[in-house]
Design a protein around this ligand. Structure first.
Ligand code: C5P
Length: 310
């Protein structure tokens, strides 16, 4: 159903993301790092179904390891629903059914996608009809990656990653993702990066004072050119993630020596993203990585942000 008056339920689908480029600046007084990133939403989705209920409750299911996913107020989706109710004066509640396909604590913004989906689903179910700008404001309060999950596509994020501007991207990009059994904590990865930078201040030079996305990335996206994009990707968090998960270095090497245009840690990881030339190329690489015992799947981007589906 589509949220028309009297709907008993609303289903919203929101994508996971990868960061094609992530330049991390200095730690700010608010505990966040200033950054510049290029996000791409990919075809791995979270589904949230919202139903009228007297209180705020939820169930979580999915195709990924769900241990460690709370189904109470620690869950960002439920916090999103409560925030929307508070902001709009809505006095009822909601029951959310969250179905996860994006790896938990995987660096792909799965929790952020749940929160974005919950905002859109409750807004439709409760007929609170917030504008895009109002939803964006609430999304940014919930987490740095939530605004992008609302918007989807390909976008440049600055500030904490929550100040978005669209990036023109032509065609489709094909990726193979390798997921890990165990997630890593995003704050821990940022902390490890700070420690690494402190230790190696003299060798690696100053922390970027004003992070920005390289123009080569924007050109590659505009041209829809995977080779050009492969030469331009960057992730400042990768060095920190690899320190916490040294086993990933070997998998990156295997992917690249098996034909990926480039391999990189997705966001704070531990999910790895390998860029491929075509869907066929991605299927081949996926098979090679799976044969070596890795959990691999092929996806493509860009795809739309959180939206109501039938
Ligand atoms: O906003 P979100 O909950 O996704 O961020 C999780 C944590 O990641 C933050 O508490 C912070 O430690 C770290 N972070 C950061 N700088 C950013 C984004 C996240 O340091 N721009």
């Amino acid at each position: 159903m589509t949220g028309a008056r009297g709907s008993a339920s609303v289903r919203v689908r929101a994508p996971g993301k990868i960061n094609l480029y992530l330049e991390v600046g200095a730690l700010q007084p608010d505990g966040y790092h200033e950054l510049a990133t290029a996000f791409q939403a990919v075809s791995l989705f979270e589904d949230v179904v919202a139903r009228h209920a007297p209180d705020f409750t939820m169930d979580v299911s999915g195709t990924v390891d769900l241990s460690g996913v709370p189904s109470d107020d620690r869950n960002l989706a439920l916090r999103a629903a409560r925030l929307l109710a508070r902001e709009t004066g809505y006095t009822g509640g909601v029951h959310l059914d969250v179905h996860k396909q994006v790896p938990v604590a995987g660096g792909m913004g799965g929790g952020s996608a749940d929160a974005a989906a919950a905002l859109v689903a409750c807004d439709a179910l409760w007929e609170t009809r917030l504008s895009g700008a109002e939803l964006h404001r609430l999304a940014a309060q919930l987490g740095a990656d939530v605004p992008f999950a609302l918007k989807g596509g390909t976008a440049i994020g600055t500030g904490r990653g929550d100040v978005l501007s669209p990036a023109l991207a032509r065609g489709r990009f094909d990726w193979v993702l390798v997921t890990s059994d165990e997630g890593v904590s995003t704050p821990k990865v940022y902390g490890e990066l700070d420690a690494h930078r402190d230790r190696h201040r003299l060798d690696i030079g100053p922390v970027p004072a004003r992070p920005s996305v390289a123009t080569e990335v924007l050109h590659a996206l505009r041209a829809g050119d995977a080779d050009m994009l492969a030469a331009a990707v960057r992730n400042d968090l990768q060095v920190a993630t690899l320190r916490l998960r040294p086993d990933l270095a070997e998998v990156l090497e295997l992917g690249e020596s098996s034909g990926a245009l480039v391999g990189m840690v997705s966001g704070s990881g531990p999910t790895l993203a390998f860029l491929c030339l075509s869907p066929e190329h991605a299927l081949e690489l996926r098979a090679t990585l799976a044969a070596a015992g890795h959990r691999a799947r092929s996806v493509h981007g860009p795809v739309p942000g959180a939206r109501v589906v039938a």
